[in-house]
Design a protein around this ligand. Sequence first.
Ligand code: GAL
Length: 462
Amino acid sequence: MAIYKFPENFTWGAATSGPQTEGWSDKSSFSIYEHWFQTEPEKFHNGVGPAVNCDTYRKYKEDVKLMKEIGLTSFRTSIQWTRLIKNFDTCEVDPVAVEFYNNYINEIIDAGIEPYINLFHFDMPIELQNRGGWESKEVVDLYVKYASKCFELFGDRVKKWCTFNEPIVPAEGGYLYKFMYPNISDFKRAIQVGYNTIVAHAKAVESFRKLKTGGEITIVLNLTPSYPRSEDKKDLEASRIADGIFNRSFLDPVVHGNFPEDVVELLKNNDLLPEYTEEELEVIKNNPIDFLGVNYYQPRRVKAKETEVDPNAPIMPETFFDYYDMPGKRMNPYRGWEIAPQVMYDVAINIRDNYNNIPWYISENGMGVEGEERFRDENGVINDDYRIDFVKEHLTHLHKGIEEGSNCFGYHLWTFIDCWSWANSFKNRYGFVSLDLETGKRTIKKSGRWIREVSETNQFEY
Ligand code: GAL
């Protein structure tokens, strides 16, 4: 047994998003998710859509009380573009939504919890998707208007802002691998979507600084560190390319202000470069983030391409590498994701050595488990010891990175209360607090009691 003590002021929190918790009562309009659910409900686990979710829209007071009870010192959620804004072109706000977000934010602050407010969590308004979504520069500018409106409305109290959650996901899910609306597969379009999102991010950061409301701004990136099958040159090369496409092409512009040269070269050689202007590149260059949010769930294991590439097949990231199914890897069978806690250390060292040792935090990490009801005891508490172990294990590796100088200041679990997931609905549960879907009743899990202790003492034993 050892004691893992964390730096003073280390923040212990949890993350969620508006579209996954609020429910859609009183919304001005719908996002792609709500639209998709209405048109193809069978695509969602058990046909459960985002209509009610946790009903945080009505129950936020109860939820904030629970956050406090489990000792959280910070909490991330997102504002929904489709709730706040009534007219996307004029940026006219819905006063009912302004009141809701004001009340919610005030409640969080009054409980002594620091709100981290994110502006986009996959929830493109369907109206703007129909006008081109992230492929359209006009939509980029409308996003910047909306972001600026949020800074103006809530910037007197919110001091930690986030422009986007996982900007690669709408690009790969919506335009490559078809797990998100509009379910297209076209690498070139996906690159334009990714690039335009970075432009939107940088322009929002620029506007944030102009408005001088105070505070700091970030972007949340889901990093999937690449590991080659072997030290063989070709495997290393495959790993470098995968890392470039999935990690560095987002990390580099937001921290360093430019795109990685090897990725630009690869795109150029394959006629995949997005449409860009010198002015956009300038905005990206001049607006680095203040701190970084990292969602870490799993690594990406790759090997050199083993099969011949069909010259007539559409080009994909996998044209340049193959996935490597590493024997003996630990898996979370419910989510199908590898469990590799030691990667936390590599993430910490990578940021320290290659990204100016920028202040950063784990903005999401966690474990989705199906059928957690079987762990509920006679007192109604879910005994999720596996989650406590999962978090402890990840934190020991993070701790090592911090000991070696990485500038990490916090850890957020995904998630605070069991919430709705994209397509998986409520299949896998992730929260410190359980949600009874029938009654809406919330109950603190064993992990919720545990995190309170950790937060109070700033340490744990393992
Ligand atoms: C992340 C995403 C969250 C949540 C989580 C667990 O990629 O940001 O919205 O769904 O995965 O599946």
